[in-house]
Structures are given as C-alpha cells and as structure tokens.
Design a protein around this ligand. Structure first.
Ligand code: G
Ligand code: G
Ligand code: MN
Ligand code: NA
Length: 255
C-alpha cells in the first residue's frame, strides 16, 4: 500500500472531502463559523486519519495541491451558505494552511483567486496559521500575511499555548484571532490555568483580537471559558466535525 500514490489518485479521482466543525459564539450559542478539516475515505481501507496522510502529503509536496483543493472547496461551500442567510449573520470558515503553502508557494495569489472565484463575503474566509510555520521564516511570513490580510482574508493563530507562544507573534503578525490549543483549555482542578487563560484572553482582546478556545468537551469547560471572558468555543461539547450538508441545515435553521 503506497500512501503517496493513493493520495495522488484520490486527489484526482475523489475520496477527499471536507468536514466542518462548528465554532460557537457563547453569547447566543449559535455557530458563528466552522473550521474546515480534510477527510479521506479510501475505497478499500476506509477512513484514513489526517494524522496519517497530512505528514505524507507534506513530505511529498502534495500538501500544496491538497491545501488548494481544501481552500477552494471550503470557500465555494461557504459562499453557498452565505447566500441563505441575512447579512449580519454571515458565517465564516477557517481553513488550515501548511508551511509549504505559506513559505514555498504563491499563497497570496491562491487566496485572491479563490476569493474572487467564489465570491465569499469580505473577512469570512480565514486562514489558520501556526507559530511553527511563521517561525521558519518570520521575515517573509510577515510580508505574505500582511498582504493576505489587506486582501480581506482573516488570520487565526492556531494551536496557541503550545510551543513557545512568544508574545512577539501577537505584535509582529496581523492575526485577528487566536485559537487556544485544546491541551490548554481544560482547567480541571488547576489553580493556575484559569489565571493564565483569563490573562491571555484579556490580552488578546485588548490587542483587538478575538479568542476561540479549542477542545471544549463538557458543559463545565464551556461555562468556565465563558467566565474567563472567552467568546468563542470549538469542541466536541457543541459539535464534532460534520458534513457540508449538515452545516447547511444548521445555517438555515439555527438550533
Ligand atoms: O480533524 P482532525 O483532528 O483529525 O485533524 C487533525 C489535524 O489535521 C488538524 O489539526 C490539522 O492540523 C490537520 N489538517 C486538517 N485539515 C487540513 C488541511 O486542509 N490542511 C492542512 N495543512 N492540515 C489540515
Ligand atoms: O490542529 P487543529 O487545531 O487544526 O486541530 C483541530 C482538531 O481538533 C480537529 O482534528 C478536531 O477533530 C479536534 N478536536 C476538535 N474539538 C475537539 C475536542 O473537543 N476534543 C478533542 N479531543 N479533539 C477535538
Ligand atoms: Mn486548526
Ligand atoms: Na489547534
């Protein structure tokens, strides 16, 4: 079984889809947007998790094509959902970007082309970028991200709280959103974690950024995050990654 060859085949012939996980606004408990996540259903092997095929895609360079596919598909589906709702309730979609797309490919023109072709509302297509990606070439990354921001795409700093989480990233790059990593969101009995979370959330807000907490799995996680000032959560408590069809139902008839 050659994963790389199979992935290439799937990209040309089908089997790669997107799942969407709702990002809930805590003030009204409605989905404000969705994170698009790649899914691969192999004809004989069944579901292959991203943790298996993303590394293969990155090593082979297929990630560039895969990432473009995901961006185009997500934007197209988003434009369809936006056509069904009122202006102020426009959902957004955020899409994961890999370092090869950011650093070794023409991400600026890809984003511009996708936004033009699909006609998504300004500011509603967001890119998720990790600190590890920008760290590889901060100089270049900051230029690319500034251009992408100017074009009207959103920028989320993904996996915040892992790695170095240098505060310099908040100052140096034009992120409008931080996504607190799920390894950092559950407070349990910890005395210190809520203090750190509250400060990080307040800091982000004072810098004009929004905060999404990832991996909220229970009612009590969610309630605690609300009390700490967090406005958005993404996690199994409110919803697992779902099909585009399910999103359409959700957007049309909010629960
Ligand atoms: O949904 P799940 O937990 O299985 O996703 C695992 C990881 O796969 C995500 O955290 C993300 O880093 C990666 N991933 C999913 N979709 C994409 C994508 O479209 N592009 C890139 N580069 N990574 C993705
Ligand atoms: O790396 P990134 O932040 O893009 O990863 C998002 C991943 O986190 C998705 O694969 C998604 O399936 C997973 N995820 C989302 N919510 C939860 C949750 O509440 N618990 C756990 N364990 N994983 C989650
Ligand atoms: Mn992500
Ligand atoms: Na994350």
């Amino acid at each position: 079984f050659e994963l790389e060859a199979e992935l290439r085949k799937a990209l040309d012939g089908g089997g790669i889809e997107l799942a969407y996980q709702p990002i809930i606004k805590l003030s009204d408990r409605l989905p404000a947007g969705f994170e698009a996540l790649l899914r691969w259903e192999h004809p004989t092997r069944g579901k292959i998790p991203p943790s298996e095929f993303i590394p293969v895609a990155e090593e082979s360079g297929l990630i560039v094509q895969l990432g473009l596919f995901a961006m185009e598909r997500a934007a197209r589906e988003l434009a369809g959902w936006q056509a069904m709702v009122e202006g102020e309730n426009m959902p957004f979609v955020s899409i994961n970007v890999s370092s090869q797309q950011l650093l070794r490919h023409d991400l600026i023109n890809d984003v511009k082309a996708v936004m033009t072709r699909t006609g998504v509302a300004p500011g509603t297509l967001k890119l998720e970028i990790t600190e590890t990606m920008v760290m590889q070439n901060p100089e270049y990354a900051s230029k690319v991200l500034a251009r992408i921001k100017e074009m009207g795409a959103g920028l989320s700093l993904d996996d915040f709280g892992t790695g170095y989480s240098s505060l310099a990233y908040l100052e140096r790059f034009p992120f409008d959103t931080i996504k607190i990593d799920r390894s950092f969101v559950h407070c349990g009995e910890s005395q210190t974690r809520p203090i750190i979370l509250r400060s990080v959330i307040a800091l982000a807000h004072e810098l004009g950024m929004e905060v999404i907490a990832e991996g909220a799995e229970t009612e009590s996680d969610t309630e605690q995050l609300r009390q700490l000032g967090c406005e958005y959560v993404q996690g199994f408590y409110y919803g697992r990654p779902m099909t585009a069809q399910m999103v359409q139902q959700l957007v049309r008839r909010p629960v």
